[in-house]
Design a protein. Structure first.
Length: 238
């Protein structure tokens, strides 16, 4: 399947998914002809949409789609390996699949490996140097969250030499892609001058404005209001 066809089918699938009245049969009709041609991208996509887009056609269909995902993973489709890992609970088998996915080139797998090495919250080691290496792989390919995390590691000097200029470069790259956590961090950095970032009130105001217009800010304010209401009347929300 060439990239043009794949992107067209992905766009059509997303439109169907946005329609609450859409049915699994409509999604399956888009991809099934290419699955029948033994196309590995179609195998992955059809299985992915069923298993992770909340469709429910019963246990037989679930087993069929899981088998299709495994088939694509066995053919070393990077994202099939990555999402197959999500079918396992946390543990050695899941982590082995995530490692393989990252090595095969799964963008999300590379970002996740950065996080796992950074936190040590897996069966592998806590290793900030390897965390930065995996974040960099994803960041170089444009993954905004990986860019944010790599930038923060440069500010902190964790896994990489402390370098405020390089940290800002990655944070700005993430922010340019709309990463809302970067808006907030950049506003704080330019306002307070932490981690060797030079004070710049104008930049602080610019990024604070972006943050206050973001969904992340709206959600944080809703949570703040809910917590305040609970504190004011603890008996109302046990």
């Amino acid at each position: 399947m060439n990239e043009h066809i794949a992107n067209r089918l992905i766009d059509e699938t997303e439109l169907l998914h946005d329609d609450e009245a859409s049915e699994w049969s409509a999604v399956e009709a888009l991809w099934r002809p290419y699955v029948a041609q033994d196309d590995v991208e179609a195998q992955f996509r059809l299985a992915y949409y069923y298993l992770f887009y909340s469709f429910d056609e019963g246990p037989q269909k679930h087993a069929e789609m899981e088998k299709l995902m495994r088939r694509a993973a066995e053919r070393e489709h990077p994202d099939a390996v990555y999402w197959l890992g999500h079918l396992y609970p946390a543990g050695a088998e899941r982590d082995s699949l995530l490692l393989k996915a990252g090595e095969l080139g799964s963008l999300e797998g590379q970002r996740d490996l950065g996080a796992l090495y950074a936190t040590g919250d897996w069966t592998g080691p806590h290793d900030p140097v390897r965390a930065a290496e995996w974040y960099r792989r994803a960041a170089d390919r444009g993954h905004a969250d990986a860019q944010y995390n790599l930038g923060f590691m440069y500010l902190l000097g964790q896994g990489v030499p402390s370098d405020p200029k390089e940290g800002l470069r990655w944070l700005l790259s993430a922010a340019d892609q709309g990463d809302e956590a970067s808006f907030r961090l950049l506003a704080d950095l330019y306002r307070d001058g932490h981690y060797g970032v030079p004070l710049d009130p104008a930049e602080a105001e610019r990024w604070d404005t972006r943050y206050r217009q973001s969904e992340l800010y709206r959600l944080s304010e809703e949570m703040r209001a809910a917590n305040a209401a609970k504190a004011a009347d603890p008996g109302k929300n046990p």
